[in-house]
Write a protein that binds this ligand. Structure first.
Ligand code: CTP
Ligand code: CA
Length: 225
């Protein structure tokens, strides 16, 4: 396989990677967030750059250093991430959605800090749906032949859930992780199966996030032809 060692199989390509986890503000000091570290997305950005790609990294709240030679676009919320991904995807050969995008956001943003009221229980927090960026860019491709990759963490029947999600999203590849006790957020390693819309299944043994990233780029490069 034309691996990273060659350093050239993505030369002349523009790839977009989203990474980290969105934060959905409730008031100026509080948000709904998730535990995504951003490490897998940053590994994807680094390995794509090493293989010669021009890389745009849409980074949601990841406390990680900017990878060298990568164009980093910082975002906070799912709505901001959508705007940045759509803008960068317009001329991209591939888009990899490694970010953990919040499914919901608070229906109301309080401009002032929410305060306790004496003797009163708190109001419930009403939520509304966020846009599904992966489904949107997959259903309405910015360029013919653009390769789109999603990520999914699943439990129970991991492969069946992954297959159903791949179909629902309409992307070309879905990297499916099994989540469980051993597999914690923020770890340096990952283990996955990459499902293809063409029916392919590529298992990736437990190992560094760079190794999974290189397998994803191998599969993307094959599809770019
Ligand atoms: N994703 C997205 N926009 C969202 C939610 C998810 O683009 N609003 C992307 C993620 O970046 C990821 C993929 O969709 O690449 C799968 O995310 P996941 O949360 O597993 O999918 P959901 O459709 O939200 O399914 P679930 O109800 O299982 O959370
Ligand atoms: Ca979700």
């Amino acid at each position: 396989l034309a691996r990273g060692a060659a350093g050239t199989d993505l030369r002349g390509r523009h790839v977009v990677v989203s990474a980290g986890g969105t934060r959905e503000p409730l008031d100026p000091v509080r948000f709904l967030g998730n535990r995504s570290s951003g490490k897998q997305g940053y590994a994807l950005a680094r390995t794509a750059a090493a293989r010669g790609a021009r890389v745009t990294l849409v980074a949601a709240n990841a406390a990680l250093p900017d990878p060298a030679g990568v164009d980093v676009v910082p975002v906070g919320t799912a709505v901001e991430l959508r705007e940045a991904v759509l803008r960068a995807a317009a001329d991209a050969d591939a888009v990899v959605m490694a970010a953990a995008v919040a499914d919901f956001r608070p229906a109301v943003y309080a401009a002032g800090k929410i305060k306790k009221k004496d003797g009163q229980e708190p109001e419930p927090v009403a939520l509304v749906r966020n846009p599904d960026v992966l489904a949107e860019i997959s259903g309405d491709r910015a360029r013919a032949g653009q390769v789109i990759v999603g990520f999914a963490a699943e439990t129970d029947d991991v492969l069946a859930n992954g297959r159903a999600k791949l179909k629902r999203k309409g992307c070309d590849l879905l990297v499916v992780n099994e989540v469980g006790e051993r597999k914690t957020f923020g770890s340096e390693e990952n283990e996955a199966v990459v499902l293809g819309a063409d029916g392919s299944e590529t298992p990736v043994a437990h190992g560094p996030k760079e190794a999974l990233a290189d397998t994803v780029w191998d599969l993307v490069a094959e599809r770019l032809g």
